[in-house]
Design a protein around this ligand. Structure first.
Ligand code: IVH
Length: 760
């Protein structure tokens, strides 16, 4: 960890790239190359990361920007040209038949009660209807999937990214808690659980390692991960790994009815089951068990980081299903985050994709719960000044200054934050932090809209930081996912004056321009004829793109993956969306005017006359624009669409009405053929259909019916129209059923609906 200290001590006095002399630049490129090589080694080969991902990215960014300014100094082995040593080189890949997901978190009693309430609501249960949960420790190790066929262990795989993991079968076979054969299991049985190392074994292993002059591990979790992911299974065999089974994946025949029954069966098959698992009949019992486990935490002899509550009845689990990455039927109640005190060395401002200026604390490195932390978020300027979102004091109004002794808080995987400051240790010469009012990256004004906690750079696409972050988002996995272009390539393509990829459209002209330019991509370091050809092909493959991915990829504020899907379903095509937004623009402006008027009223009530007058004046100015009925209709249609609220709608409207952004969109669209949602093949019989539910549903709640239908690709609407494909009518259906009959729309009952989607 000494390395991290060194890096940070230097980072604290980091010279802006523009101000570096050639000698300084050369020395720094050497330093960065060494630091990044060390970080890669620690992360990929030793499973013992020494710096955070954000810190790693910052080093890479700095390296790239120095190289961009001094191209002649670029090292032959520049880190910019290296793909981070593949984590899994040597292990074959395993595609999980059912994805290995994660859990959403609860941090206090309130969150746990909300979890219970949410589930009852989803299932249509009252507060007093019986509902059983299991509560079991959350083991702090790494998850492992074990596949048994005909009772024999045939494959073990790590979680990886949830979809694809590493094949560690030989290593798993060396773990005593993992049976090689089980009797009476279904033909295919995938058991899931956690590999971990006990405290005693961890200490002993580190002592042995130190004695042998080998590297030691930071904590039991890293030791377990490093031991499991050994290419040589004899090394794993010599490491004392343990395994608790807590769940399952693919099972060829249903064998369990309840979570608790499943654990008992896994135990009977010879797996280790955590003894602190209990059934609970209400949140009070869950919280009582949490308190018991927390009491025992220090004496368990292995690390746990919380308690997992799961709905016990597997039929209910099935009904509850999953959100995009987490099950609705389970939650992890985390133990309180760990805290540490350290010195705040400097405050850096990072500029994000939407121009947000985010203050980042550069800290004297400190270990918080087994992880070395040297960067932490400071949220926004009010937070630094000691004010909350509502303007009231936080931390008793104490501000945070460079040089202060600060408390760092870290909860699980969450980005660490500066939580408190110790005024008794404040050096005499500190000054209140002055938040920049210009963008540190492009010099444009950085302004804060009324009601927004965040100050934003107004440079738009002329701001290199925003442009680069937008491009990174554009090529990211959930957006265009272009093979061969990641964050690193975006930086390089952006800063290279000939490749000049400054906006998404430039990616699609790269090949044509490459042919004309004197400097070809294949002449660049790290690129050859083949890789360039592959890249152009990968780009070509994305000229046809699902409409929702295109919408998400544009990086418009508030348009996340889910909203992009909603918009794509609602409008079907770029032309329809653009036309609707152009038509709706006057209504969008009127909406904002109304908002400002409301704000003026609020401000006046608070006797903040100046703010009130400004807001009133703006409201009056905007109210002058008359709203044509067509605009109002287009706007109402937008905000009434599923999942689209006024905040998103306004943001989208602003983006489409901004000439620079719209220009960039139009230039991009010239190269693309978006695929409308309905025309895509789907296995589900209701994909692309518009479904309306009416009357009383007896086997599921409305929320459940809607979520399930949407998960199968249907659009659920509240009213029957000519566009409705299917009406699902329960008892008591009234006018909607009549209207559907008039329009000749197919109408089915709840059982027929369930039969229709069964197995889909
Ligand atoms: S259940 C759908 N139970 O926690 C996911 N997970 O954040 C079901 N973990 O990746 C997971 N102890 O590695 C479950 N008793 C337990 C657990 C547990 C540890 C880990 C697991 C998972 C992560 C979720």
């Amino acid at each position: 960890m000494a390395k991290t200290t060194g890096q940070n001590a230097e980072a604290a006095v980091e010279i802006p790239v523009d101000a570096l002399t050639e000698t300084q630049a050369r020395a720094e490129l050497d330093r960065l190359s060494e630091a990044l090589a060390r970080a890669n080694q620690a992360y990929h080969a030793e499973d013992a990361p020494e710096i955070s991902d954000a810190e790693y990215d910052a080093l890479k960014r700095r390296n790239a920007s120095i190289e961009a300014r001094f191209p002649a100094l670029k090292r032959a082995d520049s880190p910019s040209d290296q793909v981070g040593a593949a984590p899994s080189e040597g292990f074959s890949k395993v595609t999980h038949t059912l994805r290995m997901l994660s859990l959403s978190n609860a941090f206090d009693d309130h969150d746990v009660r909300d979890f219970d309430r949410g589930i009852r609501k989803y299932l249509g249960l009252s507060e007093t209807d019986p509902l059983v949960y299991t509560a079991e420790p959350k083991i702090d190790g790494l998850s492992l999937s074990l596949r048994y066929e005909g009772g024999a262990l045939v494959q073990a795989a790590t979680r990886g990214d949830g979809s694809i993991g590493e094949n560690v079968t030989a290593n798993a076979r060396t773990i005593a808690d993992i049976p090689h054969r089980i009797a009476g299991a279904p033909g295919v049985l995938e058991v899931r659980g956690e590999v971990y190392m006990s405290h005693a074994d961890f200490e002993a292993l580190n002592a042995r390692q130190a004695e042998a002059g080998q590297k030691t591990f930071a904590n039991p979790r890293n030791a377990a991960a490093g031991s499991l992911r050994q290419l040589d299974a004899t090394i794993t065999a010599a490491r004392p790994l343990k395994f608790f089974a807590y769940g399952w994946g693919e099972v060829s025949a249903p064998v369990f009815d309840t979570q608790n029954g499943a654990l008992a069966q896994l135990g009977a098959w010879g797996f280790a089951i955590n003894p602190l698992t209990v059934r609970c009949t209400d949140p009070d019992a869950m919280l009582a068990h949490y308190a018991r486990i927390e009491d025992q935490r220090a004496t368990l002899g292995y690390d746990i980081d919380g308690v997992v509550y799961k709905v016990d009845d597997l039929n209910l689990q099935r009904r509850l299903g999953f959100r995009s990455t987490t099950p609705r039927w389970a939650i992890a109640h985390k133990f309180p985050a760990e805290l540490a005190w350290t010195r705040l060395e400097s405050i850096d401002i990072q500029v994000g994709r939407t121009g947000a200026l985010s203050p980042v604390a550069r800290l004297q490195p400190v270990t918080v719960g087994g992880v070395v932390v040297s960067n932490a978020t400071l949220h926004n300027e009010d937070y630094i000044a000691g004010r909350g979102a509502d303007g009231r004091p936080i931390r008793d109004g104490k501000d945070i200054r460079v040089g202060d002794w600060v408390q760092v808080y870290r909860a699980g995987d969450v980005i660490p934050k500066v939580a408190d400051v110790d005024l008794s240790k404040r050096p005499a010469d500190t000054m209140p932090y002055v938040f920049p009012t210009t963008c540190p990256e492009c010099g444009s004004a950085a302004i804060r809209e009324e009601g927004d906690a965040v100050r934003r750079c107004t440079g738009g696409l002329i701001c290199p930081a925003q442009a680069v972050e937008k491009l990174k988002h554009f090529v990211s996995r959930a957006a265009f996912d272009i093979e061969g272009i990641g964050a690193k390539q975006v930086e390089m393509f952006y800063h290279d004056d000939q490749l000049a990829v400054r906006e998404p459209a430039d990616i699609f002209t790269l090949e044509a321009r490459d042919r004309q330019n004197l400097t070809r991509l294949s002449n660049r370091d790290g690129w050859g004829e083949t890789s360039a050809k592959n890249l152009f092909q990968a780009i070509d493959e994305k000229r046809e793109i699902p409409f929702e991915r295109l919408l998400f990829g544009l990086g418009i504020r508030h348009v996340g993956e889910v909203a992009a899907k909603d918009l794509a379903r609602h409008y079907g095509s770029w032309e329809a969306l653009a036309q609707a937004l152009d038509t709706a623009r006057p209504a969008a402006l009127a909406e904002r005017a109304a908002e400002r008027a409301a704000e003026a009223e609020r401000a006046a009530a608070a006797k903040e006359d100046r703010r009130a007058r400004i807001a009133e004046a703006r409201a009056a100015a905007l109210a002058d624009c008359a709203v044509p009925p067509a605009a109002q209709a287009a706007w109402s249609d937008l905000v009434a669409a599923d999942g689209i609220g006024p905040v998103l709608a306004l943001s989208l409207s602003d983006a489409m009405a901004n000439p620079e952004e719209r220009g960039a969109f139009d230039r991009l669209l010239a190269h693309l053929t978006p695929i409308p949602p309905e025309t895509r093949a789907s296995d589900s019989p209701v994909a692309g259909k518009t479904v309306v539910f009416t009357g009383t549903l007896e086997k599921m709640t409305r929320a459940e019916a809607k979520a399930r239908a949407e998960a199968l690709g249907a659009k659920v609407s509240g009213s029957v129209s000519a566009r409705t494909d299917l009406l699902v009518a329960g008892p008591g259906a009234g006018s909607k059923a009549a209207k559907a009959a008039d329009l000749g729309i197919e109408t089915i009952d709840e059982d027929a609906w369930l039969a229709l989607i069964d197995g889909a």
